[in-house]
Design a protein around this ligand. Structure first.
Ligand SMILES: CC(=O)SCCNC(=O)CCNC(=O)[C@H](O)C(C)(C)COP(=O)(O)OP(=O)(O)OC[C@H]1O[C@@H](n2cnc3c(N)ncnc32)[C@H](O)[C@@H]1OP(=O)(O)O
Length: 479
């Protein structure tokens, strides 16, 4: 028991008192001199109990001090005393609570900012009195005074004893993994609190917790990093599952949100880079995922539908074979984002061709195509994911088999090419409409270093009056 040189009984007209930043018992009445005396004594009590609590938890510094309480705006300390102990009575327990604005993960792994979240900050019952129901008595008093329910409480770094305490008295066991030191229990984010733990508390108390108002999806640092998507209510979940059938974007999101068990197996928030990459394929029917060594922008701006299909197939397989696989986006990353320089040549050849890009002329043998990791590439995909970025030059654009990004052999037009001339002509003899005043003056000026664009939507050119597709060849020597 914790006794003091002064009589604590005047400070404890009842066994449990609460103290806020004025450092006076909530029951205190007195003049200025008595106030000063009371605050001095309360400070001593709080500092002493705080130190004992820290020692009991193995902390180097106390969580609770009178100074901290005085500086706080929204913390309350409940103190439990035994007036009959010894001559001056004894203080035997402390419970510090407060409200905190927290960024928290909900059950689906989405980040939420919870304003004024009820928090258990420090809890201690003297060793000589533990396991005799005093902790519960203190806790119950606090719940009643604060109008809180246990399930709605966040707990700051709970000890094993406190975890056991909460499990025993309130059935709190299933936690929601968090990235910070706070522990939440399943049900924390539920608005309907009927018949949940702490059911001895009324609905009005539940409502008073205010989570319905104080809790929202947020543009938090976590969200900016991981690109959270709000899936907090059932309607959104249902909508998400419907879209799953048609949208590979949602599929990827589900992959990244499959929840393993354990505190550090928190559901992974959606990877924004994966969203960026995947969104590129969902609109035009082919995934611009740099899978299979294709690479967005790699090898000349090829849309790699094979890479996207691989990913979708992988996801389907995972869903079929493993009900709770742990897939990290980082594990998918090599498929999503290969380094172009390391791409196997064979894989490049399997990449189906893309529509010709309606882009400004660029040199065909772009030396080092950017990958989706580069900000430029990512931006171009975000900006309009139906158009290949301007730097994407494929072998179809160049007429070269682009085995090493610009060095290669002439390629046979494939059936997938989206421009077909009436008669096949090799480069160098293809008939083109040259702009007036740009007649060919020497063979050396021809298309050895040229790219073509095709007028017409989606790269499908229209016939010219000469019967040829309107292929315009640009050459840096000519234009
Ligand atoms: C956010 C934080 O404050 S974390 C720090 C929590 N505080 C501490 O760890 C300090 C040391 N512990 C204590 O002060 C107390 O044990 C408290 C405050 C956690 C609980 O107070 P008590 O008066 O013991 O609680 P009460 O008697 O009402 O409930 C007892 C239950 O608490 C849990 N508990 C209490 N002491 C222990 C212990 N030494 N080992 C395991 N569980 C314990 C058990 O579930 C126990 O039930 P049981 O005896 O049937 O196993």
């Amino acid at each position: 028991m914790v006794d003091f040189r002064f009589d604590i009984k005047p400070l404890f007209p009842q066994s449990i008192i609460k103290v806020t930043s004025n450092l006076l018992p909530h029951t205190f009445r007195g003049d200025r001199r008595q106030c000063l005396d009371a605050t001095s004594k309360m400070s001593e009590i709080i500092d002493r109990l705080g130190q004992l609590s820290a020692t009991s938890q193995g902390l180097s510094k106390p969580v609770t001090t009178a100074q901290r309480l005085r500086m706080s705006e929204n913390q309350t300390i409940y103190l439990l005393a035994d007036s009959n102990a010894g001559h001056n009575g004894a203080v035997i327990g402390l419970l510090k609570v407060g409200t905190k604005d927290l960024y928290l993960f909900d059950e689906t792994g989405q980040t939420r900012k919870v304003e004024q979240a009820p928090s258990i900050l420090d809890f201690y019952v003297h060793e000589s009195r533990q396991r005799s129901g005093l902790g519960k008595r203190l806790f119950e008093t606090m719940l009643k005074e604060e109008h809180w329910t246990p399930i709605k409480c966040s707990v700051d770094r709970p000890s094993e004893k406190l975890l056991a305490f909460l499990a025993k008295h309130y059935g709190l066991q299933r936690t929601i993994p968090q990235a910070n030191n706070f522990v939440l229990y399943e049900g924390f984010f539920n608005n309907n609190n009927d018949n949940e733990n702490g059911s001895n508390h009324s609905n009005s108390q539940s409502a008073a917790n205010g989570h319905g108002n104080g809790l929202h999806i947020t543009n938090s640092p976590n969200t900016q990093l991981f690109g959270a998507t709000y899936l907090g209510d059932e309607a959104n979940k249902r909508r998400g599952s419907q879209q799953q059938q048609t949208s590979s974007n949602v599929l990827l999101q589900q992959i990244t949100q499959i929840s393993p068990s354990g505190r550090y197996g928190a559901p992974r928030p959606t990877c924004s880079m994966a969203e960026i990459i995947h969104a590129g394929g969902s609109k035009n029917g082919s995934n611009k995922v740099a899978g299979g060594g294709g690479g967005v922008g790699g090898g000349g701006g090829v849309e790699s539908s094979s890479g996207g299909h691989d990913l979708a197939e992988l996801a389907a397989q995972l869903q079929m074979h493993d009900p709770e696989p742990e897939i990290h986006v980082s594990q998918l990353q090599p498929e999503l984002d290969p380094e172009p320089e390391e791409e196997p040549e064979d894989e490049l050849e399997e990449i189906p061709p893309s529509p010709l890009p309606p882009t400004p002329p660029r040199k065909a043998h772009t030396p080092t195509p950017p990958s989706v990791r580069s900000p430029e590439a990512a931006e171009s995909i975000i900006g309009d994911n139906r158009k290949p970025p301007a730097f994407q030059l494929s072998k179809q654009h160049t007429g070269m088999k682009n085995r090493s990004f610009g060095v290669g052999m002439a390629v046979m037009p494939s059936s997938k090419m989206e421009f077909n001339q009436l008669e096949r002509e090799d480069f160098g003899v293809v008939k083109i409409n040259r702009p007036p005043g740009h007649e060919l003056t020497s063979p050396g000026q021809d298309n050895t270093d040229a790219m073509s664009t095709v007028s017409g939507a989606n790269g499908a050119g229209g016939l010219t009056d000469q019967g040829y597709y309107d292929l315009k060849f640009y050459h840096n020597k000519l234009w």
